[in-house]
Design a protein around this ligand. Structure first.
Ligand code: ZN
Length: 205
């Protein structure tokens, strides 16, 4: 018979090389996959022992299915970021439906399971868009921290903003071939690790 857990039970010890985690946050990468950035981002995450969520565009996933499989095999979460990256609230309902469902079908075929999270392009959403996503089994997920890598932020600016993120934050980054994000990521991960913060996949995965 197992002993009941008590407050005086010894805590499991962590490997000496790992700082005790002070908490987790969620790095997220939008717009991929892209051959100029996905492999490097994945290498940096894996080497540092962090995980992230990749909000993929269906059109990109169709062009580079091997990159989707590589992300999935490495334990990264795969999520839906529409097919062609339009601003969805301006589209007819049938087009919104196609953007979301077509991407879901492709990602499910590539990974063996349907995505559970959705991020609307540009963060542009509406009650109608949210409802189409919900009907597809997707929860809408935006972000808390935006280092503006999409707007040409320099690597040291990206590092400074992400390194100041708090436990529980969701951080917006991009995987569309941008070199500054690729250059910044190892330093971002080192800064988080130093603070005892680890990036993990978003809840639902
Ligand atoms: Zn995007």
């Amino acid at each position: 018979m197992a002993e009941p857990t008590s407050a005086t039970s010894p805590l499991p010890s962590l490997p000496a090389s790992s700082p005790a985690p002070a908490g987790t946050l969620a790095l997220t990468f939008d717009d991929g996959p892209h051959p100029d950035s996905t492999p490097a981002l994945l290498d940096a995450l894996t080497a540092a022992g962090h995980r992230a969520t990749f909000f993929l565009c269906g059109a990109q996933a169709e062009r580079h299915p091997e990159l989707v499989r590589a992300l999935d095999r490495a334990g990264m979460a795969i999520a839906n970021h529409s097919w062609s990256h339009p601003s969805l609230p301006g589209l007819p309902p049938s087009a919104v439906h196609d953007e979301i469902h077509r991407t879901n079908r492709l990602l499910a075929a590539l990974t063996g399971r349907p995505p559970v999270l959705f991020r609307p392009p540009f963060g542009d959403t509406s009650p109608e868009v949210r409802q189409v996503a919900a009907d597809a089994g997707l929860a809408e997920t935006l972000w808390d921290v935006d280092p503006r890598d999409w707007d040409g932020a320099a690597p040291d600016e990206i590092v400074a903003v992400v390194a100041a993120a708090r436990p529980g934050d969701t951080v917006l980054l991009h995987d569309h071939g941008n070199r500054n994000t690729v250059t910044a990521l190892p330093a971002v991960l080192a800064a988080l690790t130093t603070r005892g913060l680890r990036s993990t996949v978003l809840p639902g995965h």
